[in-house]
Design a protein around this ligand. Structure first.
Ligand code: ATP
Length: 240
């Protein structure tokens, strides 16, 4: 479904991605793990069109998307949940969700379908329904993360890109959110690319993973294998 081929990205003189190649099959959950500054966010931003690569190719299905504007990429079925959630804090939960469907409005998608999708998001995250008229900024970190995911889902993505959804959240909340991610894949076939510092939780959820170090993929494999890999254990999994 998605393939990155030899992506090279620079920020000025910083060579942030060095010949990165990776792929996701339809319906897979794949995780990118790596230390701060390894290039994980840059990979997500390259896919969503926020950051332009200097060289290489990004294929979504058979279509090269590396030169497309971000809104075109959203229309093709790719939604990103940014690091730090970035919900619109003064706006209500319901209005934040409606913003996620903005491009569908512009396309003339009917309001009934959009309302129905919002209802489905409330089924996934009942806490959002209880708080639908609450200002997003007054919600807990976990609730804001749920809202950020819900907002991305309102665009009806086939591929969901998530940037550190567990950041700053209590383990139980992380479990709750990861359970919904699994449900999205199992029940709706959404393909998921998950960037995480919480490597253990991410590898337990994912089918496969890539390990990044200073802009390079240094290791890839089945999630179960990476969980058992001595190097991964030492560098990313910590002590049990
Ligand atoms: P983190 O876990 O801290 O978010 P990351 O793995 O997502 O890290 P990136 O944010 O992709 O890493 O950054 C990769 C490298 O590119 C880092 O060295 C970072 O300092 C640099 N970088 C990222 N964005 C910019 C920018 N806008 N301008 C200059 N350098 C940048």
């Amino acid at each position: 479904m998605l393939r990155l081929k030899n992506i090279n990205t620079y920020y000025g003189k910083v060579h942030a991605l060095k010949n990165v190649s990776l792929h996701l099959a339809e319906g897979e959950i794949v995780t990118l793990i790596g230390a701060n500054g390894a290039g994980k966010t840059t990979i997500l931003n390259t896919i969503s069109g926020v950051t332009q690569a200097k060289g290489g190719e990004v294929l979504f299905g058979k279509e090269p998307i590396q030169a497309l504007a971000p809104d075109r990429i959203v229309r093709l079925g790719v939604s990103q949940v940014p690091e730090g959630r970035q919900v619109f804090k003064p706006m209500t939960v319901a209005d934040n969700l409606m913003l996620g469907a903005y491009l569908r409005y512009r396309n003339g998608d009917d309001k009934g379908a959009i309302k129905k999708d919002m209802q489905e998001i409330f089924t996934l995250f009942p806490r959002l329904e209880e708080r639908r008229e609450q200002a997003a900024g007054t919600m807990s970190g976990g609730e804001q993360q749920m809202l950020a995911i819900g907002r991305a889902l309102m665009a009806r993505p086939r591929l969901l890109l998530l940037d550190e959804p567990s950041m700053g959240l209590a383990p139980l909340v992380v479990q709750e959110i990861f359970k919904v991610l699994r449900q999205l894949r199992d029940e709706r076939g959404v393909t998921i690319l998950l960037v995480e510092q919480n490597a253990k939780a991410a590898l337990r959820l994912a089918d496969r993973g890539y390990v990044l170090e200073t802009g390079k993929v240094i290791l890839e494999g089945a999630a179960g294998e990476l969980l058992e890999n001595a190097e991964v254990k030492r560098a990313y999994l910590g002590k049990e």
